[in-house]
Design a protein around this ligand. Structure first.
Ligand code: SAM
Length: 266
């Protein structure tokens, strides 16, 4: 099925992505046009919806545009990240189980992974429910290239968008499930990103989020203070609850492991 987007430069115009865009095993290159004639390119299945291919405004975001970070991200960091950050054993398989159990994908769901990096959440949701239509969105082109390689290996179809989570290129009430792993700590305008997610999530939709809390330990606090210079933010549970409520979400389920929090919002 083709996918309808809201054009990033004018929210009254739409863009239609051909179904071949998501069929990652066949490289797909094309320009698509909004009704006013503005072109957007699709390069090896990745749809470019940002003006500048290298778009970032913090050091943390800059690191995601470096090819080597994208190459090593999942193998070297992501698979151990939750255990290292929480101090408890928690494998990627356990995280995947939590993601699937809490979001409960069903036939024909529309799914979005926001700030997907190598699309760990998107790949697993689409693999669990192949009849769904899954979109993985990130600002970093190298991350999306790596996501494409991994999705091909996993034999899953995904729409890969280079787009900004502060202005999600979809109409209101589009998605049944939205997932976001670790990205809230990194984005430049957290309230705006949450409001955008709320806007594109259907009224009965499920929003699964993994994020990092403020550390209770003095050493952790020092490390988090220094990483705030690179553009990372952390919250206490109470602060994060206020942030979610402010965007119109309520917390249905929450599980914390050290500073790592998993929440299901609706
Ligand atoms: C911590 S990583 C995400 C990890 C990934 N979700 C996972 O579960 O493995 C944060 C990602 O957010 C992306 N990002 C940061 N700001 C963004 C924005 N405004 N819009 C879209 N993606 C953004 C970065 O490029 C980076 O790939």
């Amino acid at each position: 099925m083709s996918l309808e987007l809201r054009a990033p430069h004018n929210d009254r115009l739409s863009l239609e992505l051909p179904v071949e865009t998501a069929q990652l095993r066949t490289p797909f290159n094309r320009s698509i046009y909004a009704e006013d004639g503005r072109p957007f390119s699709i390069e090896r299945n990745i749809v470019q919806l940002v003006e500048n291919k290298q778009s970032f405004d913090t050091l943390a975001q800059l690191s995601n545009h470096i090819s080597i970070t994208a190459q090593l991200y999942e193998t070297l960091w992501r698979r151990r990240s939750i255990s290292l950050l929480s101090g408890e054993d928690f494998s990627l398989n356990e995280e995947k189980k939590l993601l699937i159990d809490w979001t409960g994908p069903t036939r024909g769901d529309t799914i979005l992974d926001v700030g997907c990096s190598t699309a760990f959440y998107a790949r697993n949701l689409q693999d669990f429910e192949p009849s769904s239509q899954t979109v993985a969105l990130d600002l970093s082109f190298p991350m999306l290239q790596k996501a494409r390689q991994k999705a091909i290996k996993d034999k899953v179809d995904l729409f890969l968008l280079q787009a900004d989570a502060r202005q999600i290129p979809f109409y209101n009430d589009t998605f049944d499930i939205i997932a976001m792993g670790g990205t809230l700590n990194e984005v430049s305008n957290t309230a705006q990103v949450l409001t955008e997610i709320r806007r594109v999530l259907r009224p009965n939709g499920r929003f699964f989020i993994m994020y990092l809390l403020k550390s209770n330990h003095w050493l952790g606090r020092i490390a988090q203070k220094s990483s705030s210079l690179a553009g990372l933010h952390f919250w206490t549970y109470k602060e994060s609850k206020k942030l979610f409520n402010g965007a119109g979400f309520t917390i249905n389920r929450i599980k914390t492991k050290g500073i790592v929090a998993f929440a299901l919002l609706s």
